[in-house]
Design a binder for this molecule. Structure first.
Ligand code: HEC
Length: 458
């Protein structure tokens, strides 16, 4: 552990990332999809001579500018804040490996933000042809941001054999392109592109639902119907893309999705199944609402309906991101780094010399104000578990006495090939003494005042 541990009581630090990320994804993918929606709609309006569409697009582009330029950017910085504190080791790897990727990404962000503002402020002030060009520049830059960030996001799930072969040698950056165009790059890009166009339609339903249908029935009907069409491509293509995507994920990681995880009762498998069901149900409901309420009766489509669709999309997006997170367990970077920041290749060394002996922050003898056991718990388990809240240790360990807890920790330590826990938990690393210290700490919380600590604390 080369960094301090960021403790978030009850929900755990993972959910801090989760909440910011879901909010961010809803907006940033709109920034990409909406970037295509605006010039395509503008071009259509010019071609068909629809002044009313143009007036409405001015409003929509203002909404777009504020939402993406303020909330999208701030939440994007928020993600860096959260991942930097929660996964400092992995964030460092991403920065080192993709330094030019990030630099290019930020150049496109600058172009994006600038053109979004120029686009809105030059409506009716410059030649329409030029204005449309500004819209296309925005669209190009925003698609480019997706093309780049997708490489880095997909890398975390499937870094690919070529990069893994040099991981830890210092030559990682030489395999930049292999890491970037990793096994899930293309299916992931197409899936995200689909989500982007859907979100463009969904957010456009928000603004077009507010058009007064009695005053401008034709405008409202045509825009609502046209926006619904933006939902279609991704709903048709996603099932196929999903199969392709899962196909590219290594067996070891897919294991969590496969049947046979009955070892943990109401635990992980049913969680993943439930998530999958939620995605299917919310998506089906979105299509239903969009077709029956928006497409069939556009004039009666209200802001309330549009917000309902948006909330459903939020649930579907959140579930999708959560499923991806579960799929990635026990790694933060597939087969390279476990979720708690331990590199796979360091495990033997840590087992030999001890976990805390290799931790620069937490343990420097007797001066820290918590025990060795707590330090190990925080570093090795705390990135996925909390003591009392989300995935609570007290709940998961309830009913075990000290010997039983030690057996469990020992089993995690041995990490045998057939251990069911390998599907979602990293090994417990460290020496025999580390196992005992962690056991003592867990026991003291699971059985307060009960089973006595049997080993002296060092
Ligand atoms: C990569 C994330 C991750 C890390 C790190 C992690 N766990 Fe877990 N653990 C899980 C998940 C996921 C479950 C299943 C959760 C559920 O059933 O709600 C789980 C379940 C458990 C269970 C219940 C097992 C059962 O059969 O009921 C125990 C006990 C446990 N973990 C202990 C630990 C200990 C001790 C550590 C640290 C050495 C640790 N975990 C580290 C993800 C992790």
């Amino acid at each position: 552990m080369n960094y301090p541990f960021w403790e978030i009581p009850h929900i755990g630090s993972g959910w801090v990332i989760g909440m910011i990320a879901i909010f961010h994804v809803m907006i940033s993918q709109f920034a990409v999809g909406g970037g295509l929606y605006l010039p395509i709609a503008e071009r259509k309006a010019y071609k068909e001579g629809r002044e009313d569409w143009l007036a409405q697009l001015v409003d929509h582009s203002k909404f777009f500018l504020i939402l993406t330029g303020v909330f999208g950017t701030v939440s994007g910085v928020g993600i860096w804040f959260a991942i930097g504190l929660t996964h400092p080791e992995a964030t460092s790897t991403l920065i080192h490996n993709f330094v030019f990727g990030w630099a290019i990404e930020w150049v496109f962000f600058m172009v994006e933000l600038t053109t979004a503002a120029v686009y809105y402020y030059t409506w009716n002030r410059i030649d329409p042809k030029l204005h449309l060009k500004v819209g296309w520049v925005y669209a190009g830059a925003s698609v480019a941001t997706l093309v780049i960030i997708n490489g880095i996001l997909a890398f975390m799930l499937t870094p690919g054999g070529t990069w893994l072969a040099v991981a830890g040698t210092g030559a990682e950056a030489s395999k930049f392109w292999n890491a970037f165009f990793n096994p899930t790059y293309w299916p992931s890009l197409l899936m995200r592109a689909g989500v982007c166009t859907s979100l463009a339609g969904i957010w456009a339903l928000i603004t077009s639902s507010r058009i007064d249908g009695e005053e401008q029935p034709d405008l409202k009907a045509s825009l609502v119907k046209w926006s619904v069409k933006w939902l279609v491509p991704s709903f048709v293509a996603t099932p196929f893309l999903l199969v392709w995507y899962l196909w590219m994920v290594p067996d070891t990681q897919r294991a969590l999705l496969s049947l046979g995880i009955d070892t943990i009762g109401s635990g992980t498998f049913s969680q993943v199944t439930r998530i999958a069901l939620i995605i299917v149900l919310t998506s089906a409901t979105i299509i239903g609402v969009a077709y029956f309420l928006a497409y069939r009766t556009p004039l009666e489509f209200t802001l309330g309906h549009a917000v309902a669709v948006l909330l459903l999309a939020l649930v579907a997006t959140g579930s999708g991101e959560y499923a991806r997170e579960m799929l990635r367990k026990p790694f933060v970077i597939g087969n390279h780094m476990y979720s708690n920041g331990v590199r796979v290749s360091y495990v033997p060394k840590l087992n030999e010399t001890g976990y805390l002996a290799n931790s620069q922050w937490v343990w420097n003898g007797a001066t820290t104000n918590y025990s060795r056991g707590e330090a190990i718990y925080r570093g090795e388990c705390g990135s996925c578990h909390t003591m009392n809240g989300y995935r609570a240790m007290k709940h998961l360990m309830a009913g075990r006495d000290r010997a039983n807890i030690q057996n469990f920790v020992t089993m995690l330590h041995e990490y045998k090939a057939d251990s069911p826990y390998r599907k979602f938990m990293p090994p417990m690393v460290g020496t025999k003494q580390d196992v005992i210290d962690l056991t003592d700490y867990l026991n003291a919380h699971v059985n307060p005042g009960g089973d006595k600590v049997t080993t002296a604390r060092r």
